[in-house]
Write a protein that binds this ligand. Structure first.
Ligand SMILES: [Fe+2]
Length: 311
């Protein structure tokens, strides 16, 4: 456990790791307050070390959520395809199961069940995401995260060597979009698709760690392989990122906040509440990301879509 004293604001923050490879509970901080530079630095360091930080009982609204996010980077608009953001807070994405049917034009779309890194189909996927719970179900609805640096490190050397130079195509919607193609959302995506070729192994710009940067939510193929070969390789890599040894699972309560390094993790939305009549409402901000770079120094290339900037 790391303890950082912050005399100016009388906040004494501690980071308590909660799993073998990923996740730490953060105690002793009210993120609705203005943070000192020291505190911002401590949280940033912990974020890169633990990959996802969990805060409890944070009584904040959209304004404080956005203000907290701005300490760590430029905050993007809610989402490249979202137009449900509250007008007073265009940076806020609502993760609200009551909206899904309307948004995706498909009854009982529920939660997407694939592990994913937020909007990895972008040429510059978000550097981090900050998600807070406003309405949490009494049971179910947990989110899991996986450490993609641990996933890479756990590959046998021969496989590391094989994947180090590969590139993969990420496409918004993946292979099986949750929306109907004739819905407004489907038409919006088809009119301006997001497709990017990323290195399969990216180098984290801060930690220098090698990250296994593929996910079943967005990665559709390995470039240069036949479809059958590509499917086999991706299946093998997805197995590794989904290895429970690299993961942590978080139970939401009202006022819970999860802050993750989106460059080094993937996460899984819950599907265990889809059959229940429950409401689950979370709100997310995302921080502007950089263009990934492979071990060979070659950056990602856009096939369709522009960079997503924040302010
Ligand atoms: Fe997500």
């Amino acid at each position: 456990m790391t303890v950082i004293d912050n005399d100016t604001h009388q906040q004494s923050v501690t980071f308590a790791p909660v799993a073998g490879h990923i996740g730490a509970d953060v105690h002793g901080i009210d993120i609705g307050q203005e943070l000192t530079p020291d505190l911002v630095e401590s949280i940033t360091t912990a974020l890169h070390r633990y990959k996802v930080l969990f805060f409890r009982n944070q009584n904040i609204g959209h304004t404080e959520h956005i203000a907290f996010s701005r300490n760590f980077g430029r905050v993007t608009a809610s989402h490249p395809y979202d137009d449900d953001a509250p007008t007073e807070a265009p940076e806020i994405l609502a993760v609200d199961n009551r909206l899904y049917e309307k948004r995706f034009g498909r009854k009982a779309a529920g939660y997407t069940s694939a592990w994913h890194t937020d909007i990895s189909a972008l040429i510059n996927p978000p550097a981090a995401s900050i998600l807070r719970a406003d309405i949490a179900p009494d049971r179910g609805g947990d989110t899991s995260w996986t450490n993609l640096a641990a996933a890479y490190a756990n590959l046998p050397d021969a496989l590391k060597e094989f994947v180090d130079g590969l590139r993969a195509e990420h496409r918004f919607g993946g292979r099986a979009p949750v929306w109907s193609t004739d819905s407004d959302y489907g038409k919006k995506v088809a009119a301006a698709p997001l497709i990017t070729e990323h290195p399969v192994v990216r180098v984290h710009p801060v930690t220098g760690e090698r990250i296994l940067f593929v996910n079943p939510g967005f990665t559709v193929r390995i470039v240069g392989l036949t479809p059958r070969q590509s499917d086999a390789v991706l299946e093998l890599l997805f197995d590794e990122i989904e290895n429970s040894a690299h993961t942590v699972r978080f139970r939401w309560e009202k006022g819970s906040v999860a802050f993750w390094d989106n460059r080094a993790t993937a996460h899984l939305a819950p599907t265990d509440v889809n059959h229940l009549d429950v409401t689950r409402v979370l709100y997310r901000t995302t921080l502007e990301g950089d263009i990934p770079v492979g071990i060979d120094g070659v950056p990602s290339t856009s096939i369709s879509g522009d960079q997503f900037f924040g302010s």
